[in-house]
Unconditional design. Sequence first.
Length: 246
Amino acid sequence: MKKLILIFVFNVFLFGDDLAVKYDIKFGIFGKIGEANALLVRDEVNKTYEVSMDAKAFGMANRLSGDRREYFYSKGKIYKDLLVPDVYKHIVERDRKGKRYTREKTYKFDYYKQKIEYISTSRYEGEPKKEPSVENLHYFAHNDLLTLFFNFFKIKTDKEYFSLIAVGANKEDGRVDIKIPQNRDKMRLQKALNTDTQPYIAYINQKIFSSKRGELHLALDERGYATKAILKDVVFFGDIVGEISK
């Protein structure tokens, strides 16, 4: 269940004013198996932003994941209408070995030195805190996983296939590949996603549920709000669908 969270993440990139939104996650015959609550706050006076997301599975999915809960947080500056992260955090809580286990990953961006400091901590409930593990990533990125698709729509490109880098994506190099379908492929995806706008395909480059690359089909409305996402070809069951709550 740990990779299920990526569907939540890719479904919450929002534009414009402050906004709170909820997404439902559905999986084949099981129906709704989780939800994610996302919040975007922009301070246009000080040119800063904060994005947070809290995601949790339900029912059988929750039991299989050990009552897993994941929290994402990004804060930074707004520059020319782009979100520029200073700090990105990913916190995971779950039941493990009969205790509540928490792991926190923090990424700190240094644009002057072009480096990102990675701090990792973990502990079981009731146990003393351990010394954090600190290192520098071997690559640099101007986005984290929460800012990636917000900024994506500000990028001017005529390419149908290109790559972006984001902290929190592919652990090796942060690469996310983007494809903009055309002609028949575009129409096919529009039908599957129930949208009239341009659909997108994102390859997360992780073997989510044993898929080869983590192929994610995305629908956004005319304002840039994510309305639906489909994770393709999940082992045994087909597709996982994330959709904005009605």
